[in-house]
Design a binder for this molecule. Sequence first.
Ligand code: ZN
Length: 410
Amino acid sequence: MNDFLIFHWLKEVNHWGKTPEGGISRLAFSQEDKGARKYVIDLMEEYGMEVRIDEAANIIGKYAGTEPDLPAVVIGSHLDSVPSGGKYDGVLGVLSGLEVVRHLAQNNIRGRHSLEVIVFSNEEGCRYPYTLFGSSVMMGDFHKPWEEIKNMQDEQGIKLVQEIKELGGKPEKLFLARRNPEQIKAFLELHIEQGLVLEDKGVSIGIVEGISAPIRFVLKLMGSADHAGATPMVLRRDPLMGASEIMLALERIVKETSVTAVGTVGQINVSPGAVNIIPGTVTLSFDIRDIDLAARNQIVRNLEKVIREVCQTRDLKYDFQEIFNISPVMLDTQMISLIEQVCQEMEIPAIKMISGAAHDAMVMANHVPTGMIFVPSVAGISHNPSEYTRNEDIMKGVEVLGQTVLRLIK
Ligand SMILES: [Zn+2]
């Protein structure tokens, strides 16, 4: 693989959703996402892949093997981005899959096993809150009630079902997108690290051993919205002061419980939100992750205890609701050693590591042997217009992916 078209493709796909700051806003199923999807479908067809759109609007491109009944080797990632995200997250995994297919096609190489490249729909869950939507539907892990799906709409009132239909999916028959895990021999995802570990070690390749997973909550604290001047401190029931205590407690609990755990309050809403009114209601989000499920559960229990105590002391009412919960997963040991072996033979330094961010590979890993290849994010920056991965690192990633695929399809 001496020549690479991936850099050209990357530029082309990233015309879709380009922001003035040089970032990417390509929310799931938006016009920008549709443009990028179309570009990728055209590429798939150009290199001899058979393309189909499943019920969840996942794009599945198949490069047939010589024994089409054998389970397929699958490479997958996503094209959607967060608002004002970067140029590499997701799209790099899709395009590196296509680079591998192009190499096979141009050298007339076919394995016994078919090779598929999948674009999973709505991975980020920003426009419609179903994170990891496409992969979860495909593996039978999506269990939202139809009543909810049917009415799900974005901020402009555009329904999710309408967008899925427009892309050739069948939202009322999502269950038909479910794949039998026995049809998949292995799943591979190449992704940017989105953290600092590879940069810190000066290594181009990370072999993911496990993916840390989030549990998310919304906490609503209710006190009394009173006059900021007329209400003495001792008579206040101020939910924002309570929230502050709880947030600092979260930081302490996470640090005390597990070195691999992280906890974040990323959203906070204060109502009525005026300079001269003590807040009446405060709503805040919690995102807590760890590779160690027992530790993660412990953090949640300790956090709940603090919430109870703070609310009691400050005479606040509260409502603590879980809104998202997936378990951390360890990746397949055989896939890890296969990728390791490839790196050794190619003399590309690699380290084994944990992924702090969730990926489609996390869903896949619960059902099929899954391997994941990380390439460095310069300065660890991601979900940001400055997201950047050096070309030489991308090339090494694609080479490792390609060699791993060659061994799996033969
Ligand atoms: Zn991603």
